[in-house]
Design a protein around this ligand. Structure first.
Ligand SMILES: [Mg+2]
Length: 325
């Protein structure tokens, strides 16, 4: 499928959750690409495919990454949909145009593997898009979903973007990241592993970086379409095995922690049970305060404090029950 526009809907986000968190046998690395001002110039709300212009060196840089064995996956926040500036169909049209321009420039089809976009925004003017969402960068949801869809090895993958939130999403997914910026003070971009002035330079950084130690490496462009076959021939010494196991265990734990965090976000931090517990907690504090006001009258003081203690126990019971649901 050529540069398939990704789902940015509740249907897609519903695929998050326990049971679908792990990435089965990741076999291929990817470079996740921010869209606006990384691939195309866009400081506004671009919904017209006729306005799409690739930035200098983008097509050539993407071809170098592809030839080095990386899958190319665009991950982009599209809050303009939430603000009613354009529609999801417009986003798809823009992505088709980007894919076509890249393919035309390099003389081959399907260089970009997929586009993922998030149309949600917490302050949306369009009600149906008004929410935070695990796919919205700096959350790593789009990268995690792509990893599941395409069996991406996140530890071997990179993100290129021009905003700190891009870098944060990449790092949260377990990737290395290159921030495109003219600001060379890397101390201001603590999440980025590398800084580059352009996509061309970012590609140089990636292709010259030492590989992360594991049994998986970018496939050669001559390896054909069978990624599994190409990865099975990668060198893997017994000396690497303990380090690999620890690294994979750490990545799995990071992915699990991130899944739990995203799941909580989707369900909402304040469930009805939590709200009830909060109200009882306030009541317990009120009773305790009333008890303290009658400190000189032992009987009344004990009366109020026992009440406060009983309600406090109820609060603890409610919170324990909620945490184990
Ligand atoms: Mg950008």
């Amino acid at each position: 499928m050529r540069a398939a526009p990704a789902l940015g809907t509740d249907n897609a986000s519903a695929r998050f959750g326990p049971g679908c968190g792990s990435i089965p046998n990741p076999v291929q690395p990817a470079v996740f690409l921010d869209r606006d001002n990384t691939l195309i110039a866009n400081d506004g709300d671009l919904g017209d495919p006729n306005q799409v212009r690739l930035m200098d060196g983008v097509a050539e840089g993407l071809k170098r990454l592809h030839d080095a064995g990386y899958r190319l996956i665009v991950v982009t926040n599209q809050g303009g949909v939430a603000r009613g500036k354009y529609t999801e169909d417009d986003v798809d049209a823009v992505h088709q145009k980007i894919a076509a321009l890249v393919d035309e420039a390099v003389g081959r089809d399907g260089l970009i593997d997929r586009f993922y976009y998030c149309p949600y925004h917490p302050q949306a003017t369009v009600a149906e898009y008004r929410r935070d969402h695990p796919w919205r960068k700096p959350h790593p949801g789009m990268l995690l979903q792509a990893a599941r869809d395409l069996r991406i090895d996140l530890a071997q993958s990179w993100l290129i973007g021009d905003q700190d939130r891009d870098v944060q999403a990449g790092r949260a997914a377990g990737c290395r990241a290159v921030l495109i910026t003219s600001d060379e003070d890397s101390s201001e971009h603590g999440g980025a592993t590398e800084i580059a002035e352009s996509l061309h330079d970012a590609v140089d950084v990636i292709l010259n970086a030492p590989p992360v130690r594991s049994g998986h490496h970018p496939r050669s462009s001559n390896d054909g379409e069978d990624d599994t076959m190409s990865m099975s021939t990668a060198s893997h010494s017994p000396r690497d095995a303990p380090g690999d196991a620890l690294r994979q265990m750490r990545q799995s734990m990071q992915e699990l922690a991130e899944e739990i965090r995203l799941e909580r976000m989707q369900r909402g931090e304040f469930t009805p049970l939590t709200m009830i517990a909060v109200m009882f907690q306030l009541l317990a504090l009120l009773l305790a305060l009333l008890g303290l006001l009658q400190l000189g009258q032992t009987g009344a003081f004990l009366h109020w404090m026992v009440g406060a203690g009983l309600i406090q126990m109820l609060v603890i019971t409610l919170l324990l029950f909620e945490s184990r649901r």
